[in-house]
Design a protein around this ligand. Sequence first.
Ligand code: IPM
Ligand code: MG
Length: 365
Amino acid sequence: MEAKIGLIYGDGIGPEIVREGKKILSRVGAVYSHEFQYTEILMGGCSIDACGEPLTKEAVESAKAQDAVLMGSIGGDAAVSPWYKLPPEKRPEVGLLGIRKALNLFANLRPASLYPELKGACPLRADIADKGFDLLIMRELTGGLYFGERKTEERDGLIVATDTLVYNEEEIQRIAIRAFDVAMKRRKKVTSVDKANVLDSSRLWRKVVEEVAKDYPEVTLSHMLVDNCAMQLVKGPAQFDVVLTENMFGDILSDEASQITGSIGMLPSASLNDTKFGLYEPSGGSAPDIAGKGIANPIATILSAAMLLRYSLDLNQEADAVEEAVKKVLAEGYRTVDIAAFKEGVETKQVSTEEMGDCIAERIG
Ligand code: IPM
Ligand code: MG
């Protein structure tokens, strides 16, 4: 097939890890005879430096013209980077929120599972880690607190800041449908997470999710309050299959879920709209402290490329091949420095970002 793939290298370790993601896509193209055409798209701090804003109209148009976009990471160290001296609406993160909104990427899939080879990296007690886990957070990505009206004003001599958490029933329905659809392809369990004991938006959330559930009699639905969910993720992550939740809860819980896998450098994500288009990115940040050193773990980006193949291009066999290749290199003992300490009985070989990309590419096809 022919496909147009956008590449957002971004900031920090972004360029290094996207280079490896592209290497894998090109390998897949060569082995399976697909023609991938790449277009570079600027976003984040590098776009501020080049164009004076984190996301230009041209960048949005260019992204829209692609079949899918693979992204690295954006942003810098807020303590030292000049980007964070700019007004809030001009900072790198606004580019990311902006592209999600502009492309209507309302469904954010964040899988988190424990690789047997990296079990030692799991910070949970051994009896919990031994059970393993394999969950997917379905985070609503274009509504809620991050997109509601916000303002800072002075009232009666006091500065008051307001953010609003807004959802309409259609927004809840479409993300719930995504969660149930994905659950049908997994272990058929949805845990919907909310704060229905306090928030109106959560009460509506629960009602709509229950409506949607009626169309999926094979899927077991349960509800969980978000504070309890934060606890259950460390107490017994094996209980979860698909975790469906709103934007901010999903933001927080997905960081927690990634942490219990022990290595944020391993976790991919996909942000999808109601077409085949998707934006694929590692769950981790731009890690400015290790940028340019050639030591970042490219696996999250490579697995994001696998998700791109699966969800946007319907290339399931190719996606499987990439995921298998990742498992193989881990089983053979190849490790970037972040996971170097975890051996699980194999002799490990520490490799650079680029070498890890090469090792995985060689095992495809
Ligand atoms: C994420 C990030 C973003 C978010 C930030 C950078 C705006 O934390 O993708 O989880 O909150 O969505
Ligand atoms: Mg986050």
